[in-house]
Write a protein that binds this ligand. Structure first.
Ligand code: ADP
Ligand code: ZN
Ligand code: ZN
Length: 816
């Protein structure tokens, strides 16, 4: 009998590839294990076994696999089920999903680099083919697998490479077969021979002439007596005030012994667990309603105003689920995953909390992956961003999606373009678990689903501790300008409130929707604005580096002295960003400590955290920031929030702009006055009568919802209609135009009026590629899967037209 496997490899192929295996391999292999497989002329990939069977492929001859990489599955069947759903729903390949799902350390590829080993070896032990490779490496610093295949003139070179590694003749730079090595922490203990009291007494007597060493031994005892845990080398040095060399000499003498315990990088360093808080009446009611609702619904939306104590309600639910022995996934937008929340949860749940975050290293992610896979006690609760839906859960009981309205849950690029909230609902379904969506400003999608009774619905309308919702005041800056009451970008009202707040020793947050100093530079003489050479956008000015930069492709050049069109030296800054506000604040309030939080100031692993901590510890009086400020932060002393300009959010060319503006402004307002005193929010605008601003100032979600839903009905937008955006890209404008007209026409033949476009997006050229968008609107009663089938058919015919083959097509389901 012949044996075959279907393998998922991380390349965008429509079908899985079939490989042939031996009967022995067939008995050993299981679905979800990794194999190294050859692909194409010379590539090797790490693949995941998706199916084991006996049917030879009909159109090609199955190749043999190179090697089995695991002893057991690293991906379980529930995950494969989710991958399949994502591939179908978001119209991408399983390979795309695999690449997004696995930590990169798991998917090392053929581009492995072979290098010379520093050790000299006896060349006579090498066989002929081995020697050829060895020889080649004496002349070249590195070789790739396919170079070696060329040198040896054969394809399957892994056994040769393997033998060379065993003989220590070569090394691998990026090892395909490297096993993940946990970080080792150094511990010390007293040698066993001093276990008896008399031996110990002797030792201490002997050491009386060496007071420092004596001190080390006493400290060792006191640490282990208080912590009742193994003593770390580092702790002993610190506590005993002795140098590492003194401890080392005790180890050398055989008095102390050093040893290692494998430890996780991501570690909980807190003290004993705290009990969860006693809920107030509103929270309690909400908790009971959620539990009640879960009896019939698998998804519940919790709409709780900012600072109503939603987190504490989640904590109670988590406790209930953990007691049934099931795992919990707590999803948050990347940026909201702060030390603040991590600590808060670790205080309740200690080591059971694992954190999964894109800023963690690949090693750290592998660690969490393995802990989840093994259902380890250390990963009963996973707190993670978007991609943590891909972890190998085996028995999920609950998924919490906090800040569910956040658009960053949708992956924009590359494929899979999935929405983590919606995918979480499917993941929960696979595990027969429950999903709780939480927000102070729910997405229209989720609120709509709740209204349609697809989701359960629970509300908390009061802030915790009866703190009042902040007082929101709209400031008409057109009026203020007329009356000459503006200083730079600050109205007299804002300055008054800021002065008052600072006098009371309270803190201020200023929100500006853009980053950079002064986004656009314009010539006062001819009106020319410097453009990015690769994209269809104006460059923005960054004062800090005195540069003009493109926010789309990263292009940068030194700020110009004169206009490149007319030569005039009068270049002016239009618009304003966080950097400029910061400058102005520093001049207006020279005695206050001012900081800025935006993409530029929060690079690096802990950039964001440092600023938050500084604000918490009141080292900052005034913080100027972008949307990063809005994400679920709980500050104690922020009394005033100033929104510098509401209009640039409202005018953004997107059908969700009004909904987003409402959410952003209410979320940032929610940072004000979270403790006793009522917070104050000032919103500066040219249009104080704009409905959204009226709704924000009265915290009227329902009015916003009804009005926006009306628009969505009228213009056939989500959540009333579903939509798929098709983007075509090419560097030749005429080609992409012809192609997109063909594409749209074919779609219209099937879907008629529900096709919009092709249209050039507001920024029609990015990285030298021209873009065209086509929108497919899908009424609720039209079958989504049939629609997708039709699109795929059209897409395939499109790709078969020779002239269009170089045009890149991107399908984005439920686009944002
Ligand atoms: P939300 O997530 O709804 O914005 P939080 O859960 O952050 O609100 O709660 C706001 C503040 O109130 C936090 O500082 C939290 O510790 C506190 N808090 C909430 N519920 C309770 C409770 N039951 N007992 C004591 N403090 C609470
Ligand atoms: Zn650019
Ligand atoms: Zn000019």
């Amino acid at each position: 009998m012949l044996y075959f496997i279907d393998v998922i490899i991380p390349v965008p192929l429509q079908k899985l590839f079939t490989y042939s295996i031996t009967p022995a391999e067939a008995t050993f292999l299981k679905i979800g294990m990794r194999v190294a497989v050859p692909f194409g002329k010379s590539k090797i990939y790490t693949g995941i076994v998706a199916k084991i069977h006996n049917e030879a492929p009909t159109t090609y001859e199955a190749k043999d696999i190179h090697q089995i990489l695991d002893e057991g599955p690293i991906v379980n069947e529930k995950q494969l089920q989710l991958w399949q759903w994502i591939a179908n729903y978001y119209m991408c390949t399983l390979g795309d999903v695999m690449r997004a799902a696995l930590p990169s350390a798991f998917v090392l590829e053929s581009e492995t680099i072979i290098v010379k080993n520093t050790k000299t070896i006896d060349e006579t032990i090498l066989k002929d083919d081995e020697f050829l490779v060895y020889e080649a490496l004496q002349h070249q610093s590195s070789l790739k697998i396919h170079d070696i295949a060329n040198i040896l003139d054969k394809k399957n070179v892994l056994p040769v490479i393997q033998r060379l590694i065993e003989k220590e003749a070569i090394a691998i730079e990026e090892e395909v077969f490297e096993k993940y090595k946990p970080k080792l922490v150094r511990y010390v203990k007293l040698h066993i021979k001093y276990a008896s009291e008399s031996a110990l007494e002797n030792l201490l007597n002997n050491l009386s002439r060496a007071p420092k060493q004596h001190q080390v031994i006493l400290t060792l005892f006191s640490i282990s007596a208080t912590t009742k845990k193994p003593v770390k080398f580092a702790d002993l040095t610190k506590e005993s005030d002795a140098s590492a060399s003194i401890i080392k000499s005790l180890i050398d003498k055989g008095v102390l012994e050093e040893y290692f315990i494998q430890t996780d990088r991501i570690q909980y360093a807190g003290d004993d667990n705290e009990d969860s808080k006693k809920l107030n009446e509103y929270q309690n009611t909400a908790l009971n309603e959620i539990k009640e609702s879960f009896k019939e619904q698998s998804v519940v939306l919790l709409h709780g105003v900012t600072s109503s104590g939603k987190t504490e309600v989640y904590v109670k639910l988590i406790e209930t689920v953990l007691s049934t022995g099931k795992q919990v996934l707590y999803l948050l937008p990347e940026i909201a995953l702060t030390a603040q929340l991590i600590t808060r949860l670790q205080n309740y749940f200690g080591e059971q909390v694992a954190v999964f975050h894109s800023k963690y290293s690949s090693h750290e992610r592998v660690e969490v992956w393995n802990n989840v896979l093994n259902n380890s006690a250390k990963a009963q609760i996973v707190l993670g961003a978007r991609s943590s839906i891909f972890l190998p859960f085996n028995s999920l009981g609950l998924i919490i999606v906090d800040e569910e309205h956040e658009t960053s849950f949708k992956q924009f690029d590359p494929a899979p373009r999935y929405h983590a909230r919606d995918t979480a609902v499917v993941l929960a379904h696979i595990h027969q678990a429950k999903t709780l969506l939480g927000s102070a400003t729910p997405s229209l999608e989720s609120y709509f689903n709740a209204k349609q009774n697809k989701y359960g619905f629970v509300e908390i309308t009061k802030r915790f501790n009866d703190v009042l919702m902040p007082d929101i005041e709209l400031v008409d800056i057109k009026e203020k300008q007329k009356k000459k009451l503006m200083k730079g970008h600050f109205s007299d009202r804002l300055l008054e409130e800021m002065t008052e707040t600072l006098r009371e020793g309270q803190q201020i947050i200023l929100f500006q929707n853009r980053r950079g100093f002064s986004p656009i530079v314009e010539c006062n003489t001819c009106g020319h604005a410097p453009q990015c050479p690769n994209c269809d956008v104006s460059l923005t000015y960054h004062q800090y580096r005195d540069q003009l930069r493109c926010h789309y492709c990263g292009f940068a050049e030194v700020m110009r002295k004169t206009c490149s069109a007319c030569g005039s030296p009068e270049l002016d800054n239009k618009g304003f960003g966080t950097e400029q506000i910061e400058e102005e604040v520093k001049l207006l309030f020279p005695n206050s400590k001012v900081a800025r939080m935006d993409l530029d100031t929060t690079r690096g692993k802990y950039g964001y955290e440092k600023i938050i901590t500084a604000l918490e510890q009141q080292e900052i009086d005034i913080l100027v920031g972008t949307q990063m400020l809005t994400k679920g932060l709980d500050f104690r002393n922020v009394k005033l929030v100033g929104i510098m300009n509401a209009d640039n959010m409202l005018n953004f060319p997107d059908f969700r702009a009004h909904e987003r503006s409402f959410q952003l402004m209410l979320q940032v307002s929610g940072r004000a006055g979270r403790t006793e005193e009522r917070g104050k929010v000032l919103i500066q605008t040219y249009n104080p009568h704009h409905n959204i601003l009226q709704q924000v100032s009265t915290n009227n979600y329902i009015d916003m919802y009804n009005e926006q839903m009306n628009e969505r009905y009228n213009f056939k937008y989500p959540p009333v209609f579903k939509q798929i955006k098709i983007t075509l890209k090419h560097k030749d404008y005429t080609k992409v135009e012809t192609a997109s007209i063909w594409y749209a026409k074919s779609l219209r033949n099937v879907f008629g009026d529900y096709i919009l476009g092709p249209e050039s997006p507001p920024i029609s050229r990015i990285r030298n590629q021209f873009h065209k968008n086509i929108l497919v609107k899908i009424p609720k009663k039209q079958s989504l899967s049939k629609t997708k089938e039709a699109i795929i058919k059209i897409n395939n015919s499109f790709l078969s037209i020779k002239d269009f083959r170089s045009v890149k097509v991107i399908l984005n389901v439920d686009n944002f």
